[in-house]
Design a protein around this ligand. Structure first.
Ligand code: SF4
Length: 143
């Protein structure tokens, strides 16, 4: 899980801390890439907390992590399990353009429960994110 251990959302089912996150670690992409190599991982899933405090929701940082992993792990498949990038315009495209093997985004629950269990998120925005990512990259595996 990248971009720290403090989330700007407060989903009721989640055990991640909510609060004001720390600044991004500029060395994190390199560290993750090196850890992937040391562990000889065949497949790596990169996920993160929500970073509503950042202008692009952390999309650029997410993209850098993918690119750094690929640079030194040519045979590792990369899955990006992203936040919803709600109200961040087309920031998610930075992640898509880094070309992960799989683009993943969890919807978590049905629309009627969103207000109570995911108050900072929007079901149809998440659905639209998946739809739009597929339109940008028709070959991408999307879950
Ligand atoms: S957005 Fe993700 S990490 Fe943050 S509280 Fe919700 S489920 Fe947990």
């Amino acid at each position: 899980m990248i971009m720290g251990d403090i989330c700007t959302r407060a989903c009721s089912f989640c055990n991640v801390k909510t609060g004001k996150p720390n600044i991004l670690d500029p060395l994190e992409p390199t560290k993750i890439a090196e850890a992937t190599r040391e562990l000889n991982l065949k497949h790596v899933v990169i996920t993160s907390v929500d970073r509503d405090d950042l202008k692009d929701g952390g999309a650029q940082h997410f993209s850098k992590v993918i690119l750094e992993i690929r640079k030194i792990n040519k045979n590792t498949t990369i899955e990006a399990l992203t936040p919803d990038f709600l109200r961040k315009g087309e920031a998610y495209a930075k992640v898509v353009n880094a070309n992960p093997d799989v683009f993943n985004h969890n919807i978590e629950t049905v629309p009627s429960l969103y207000r109570s269990v995911r108050p900072g998120s929007r079901y149809f925005a998440s659905l639209n994110l998946l739809k739009t990512v597929k339109e940008i990259n028709k070959k991408k595996n999307i879950y």
